[in-house]
Ligand binder design. Structure first.
Ligand code: NDP
Length: 311
């Protein structure tokens, strides 16, 4: 069993920023990285909107830099997944965390930065072809569809970004948008619309994903006139948003109806003493790397303040 003052769960921009601040404050934090070390940005390409990078930076490179920065000040990084938590609501007491069902950590403060994961449509065929044509990450899997035709679903920035990425590899990209307009930022919409091998199909939804071993057709429906058609495509990329990674905390901490952890206004405080939340796990609105990093900083400062009450 390991004891510490500060344990950080999750290794995205929020977790690493919390680690940098907590380690510089000499809290000697332990970070449990989670299933996707580095978080969502490790599956993206160019990050052009994080301040301080005038030429942009690749997502995985940015996360590697953040990791090095956290380690430089003494953060101990553990590769593992939190499988159980037992939060104690007595001020100053230790919370219990089980990693990989076997290792026990006791910590006076916990910073939850577990982020969010990709959502899927919920079709049976989507499950059937997962890894055989269906993906939620163009950067991870786009390479396999080089020179082929693919379909992307969604109307937000993720769908726009994935379509643009795939357009550079694939012969043709069909983007299915269920409404008559996209939710993506204007600049991303403009890039999509001016890319010659992206065809945006507004008011279109997915009826089925068809194939033998691998995907070879997508049946779509125009929700205005109910006309169906089949698109020949070997890849199907789902980019319809995310779900907070909070299953392990259910029943232990206050969440909203979508499962996002509720924090007190202008702070990272949760309803449990000594447990703080930062990044996408508590933010269904902004969901940006820079806002996640900012809230990671807040969580570390809140944890430090909390611990100082017991010195
Ligand atoms: P969003 O929640 O912004 O968008 C989800 C999209 O998927 C919406 O267009 C929605 O449609 C559509 N959708 C949802 N469910 C379905 C369904 N069942 N069938 C078909 N379509 C569906 O998620 P994103 O992942 O795109 O973005 C999340 C956040 O991350 C945003 O704030 C975004 O700005 C940011 N982001 C920024 C990037 C960047 O700056 N480089 C890159 C990627 C994301 P509808 O509009 O009809 O609800």
């Amino acid at each position: 069993m390991k004891k510490t003052d500060c344990l950080i769960i999750g290794s995205g921009p929020a977790g690493y920023t919390a680690a940098i601040y907590a380690s510089r404050a000499n809290l000697q934090p332990i970070m449990i990285q989670g299933l996707q070390p580095g978080g969502q940005l490790t599956t993206t390409t160019d990050v052009e909107n994080f301040p301080g990078y005038p030429n942009g930076i690749m997502g995985p490179d940015m996360m590697e830099d953040l990791k090095k920065q956290a380690e430089r000040f003494g953060t101990k990084i553990i590769s593992g997944f939190v499988t159980k938590v037992d939060f104690c609501n007595k001020k100053g007491d230790y919370h219990k965390i089980i990693v990989d069902e076997k290792d026990t950590y006791m910590s006076k403060t916990i910073i939850i930065s577990t982020g969010a994961s990709a959502k899927y449509l919920g079709l049976e065929s989507e499950k059937k072809f997962m890894g055989f044509g269906v993906s939620a990450c163009a950067v991870c899997d786009g390479f396999f569809y080089k020179g082929e035709d693919v379909v992307v679903v969604g109307g937000g920035d993720s769908a726009a970004e994935e379509s643009i990425y795939l357009s550079k590899l694939c012969k043709k990209v069909y983007l299915l948008v269920r409404k008559d307009s996209m939710r993506a930022s204007k600049i991303m919409q403009k890039r999509v619309l001016k890319t010659s091998n992206i065809e945006v199909l507004f008011n279109h939804e997915t009826k089925d994903i068809i194939g033998d071993q691998n995907v070879n057709k997508i049946r779509v429906i125009n929700n205005q006139n109910n006309q169906e058609r089949e698109i020949d495509a070997t890849g199907f990329f789902v980019a319809i948003g995310h779900k907070p990674n909070t299953d392990v905390f259910k029943g232990q901490i206050k969440m909203d109806s979508s499962g996002y952890i509720v924090t007190k206004a202008d702070s990272s405080l949760t309803d449990i003493h000594g447990v703080f939340a930062s990044g996408d796990v508590q933010d269904s609105v902004y969901r940006q790397a820079v806002t996640a990093a900012g809230s990671g900083c807040m969580a570390a400062l809140d944890a430090e303040k909390y611990l100082s009450e017991f010195e």
